[in-house]
Write a protein that binds this ligand. Sequence first.
Ligand SMILES: Cc1cc2nc3c(=O)[nH]c(=O)nc-3n(C[C@H](O)[C@H](O)[C@H](O)COP(=O)(O)O)c2cc1C
Length: 323
Amino acid sequence: MTIKIDTIQLEMPVILAPMSGVTDMPFRRLVKRMGAGLVISEMIASQAMVRQVRQTMKMIEKSPEELPMAVQLAGCEPQVMAEAARLNEDLGAQIIDINMGCPVKKVVNGHAGSSLMRDEGLAARIIEATVKAVKVPVTLKMRTGWDDNSRNAPNLAKIAEDCGVKMITIHGRTRCQLYNGRADWAFIRRVKEAVKVPVIGNGDVISVEDATTLLEQSGADGVMVGRGCYGRPWFINQIGHYLKTGKHLPDPDMAIQHQTVKNHLDDILSHYGIATGIKIARKHVGWYSKGLNNSTDYRVAVNRVEDPPTMHQLIDDFYKPLI
Ligand SMILES: Cc1cc2nc3c(=O)[nH]c(=O)nc-3n(C[C@H](O)[C@H](O)[C@H](O)COP(=O)(O)O)c2cc1C
C-alpha cells in the first residue's frame, strides 16, 4: 500500500496527525525516524504566519530528516491563506494541508477550522486560492460534518477535489461531537466513494487492529493516528509493518524505550531551550510511562521537575529496574 499525493509518493500509508502542542519538530522527527509515511506540523494560524510571529516561525521549523513534510494552515480569508501557503512553500513545505476540522471555540468563532464545513462556498474559495498560490500539493483535513444533521464531508470532499486538492483526511466525528463518542469509520467510506484522490481515515486508532478495522470499514487508502502516538513514537511503524507483512512488531524493549525518552528529552531541550523545553518535555516523558509499573508516582514527580539533570535522573531511576 502506497499513497500518491500528486507527485509525492508515501511509502507507508500511515500518517502522524497534526496536533497542536504535541507534533513539534522533535516529536515529528522522532516518529519519522522510527518509520512514518508522513508527518504534519501543528496547525499554523495563517494570519500569524503572514505576520511572521516568532512563535509561529518556531512551529514551522523543520529538519531534513522529516521530509517530505506537510505544514497545516488554518484561516478563513482566502488571500491570507494563499499568502501563508506561498510563504511556507518558500520555506520548504512540500505539502500544504488545510485545516477544516478544528473544533476549538477560538478557531471556530473566527470562522476557521471546522466552522468552514458550514459554509461550503467560503471553504471552496479558500481551497481554490490556496491551490492557485502554490506549486506543491494541497491537502485537506476535516471532520464528517458540523453535526449529525449536516454530515456533508462527502460533498465538501468533491468540491475540494474539483478545486485541486490532492488528498483528503476525515476524522470520523462531527464538530459537535468534539472528542466524545466514537469515530464513525464506516461513514468515511462515503467520502472515499465521492472522490478519486486518496482518502485517509482518522479517529480512535490505538491498536494495530483498530487500524485494520478502520481500513476495512472505510475503504480508505491510509490511516492517520494522533493520540495513539502519545508516548509511542514507534506505533505508526508498527501499523505500517503489519500492513506490509501481516506480522506484528513488538514494542521496543525497555532499554530502547529508556534511551528513546532520554534522546527525546534532549531534542526538546535543544529545540526550545531549557526554560520552555523542560515544561514541554514533562508531558511527553510522562506519556512514555503509561501502563508501566509504578508510573503514577513517577508522573507526579516528572510534572514537578524544573531542571534537565533531575529529569534525566528520574528517568534513569524509573527505567533501570525495568531493563
Ligand atoms: C492535543 C490535540 C491537538 C490537535 N491539534 C490539531 C491540529 O492542530 N490540527 C488538526 O487538524 N487536528 C488537530 N487535532 C486533531 C487530530 O489531528 C485528530 O484528528 C484527532 O485527535 C483524532 O485522531 P486520534 O483519535 O488518532 O487522536 C488535535 C488533537 C489533539 C488531541
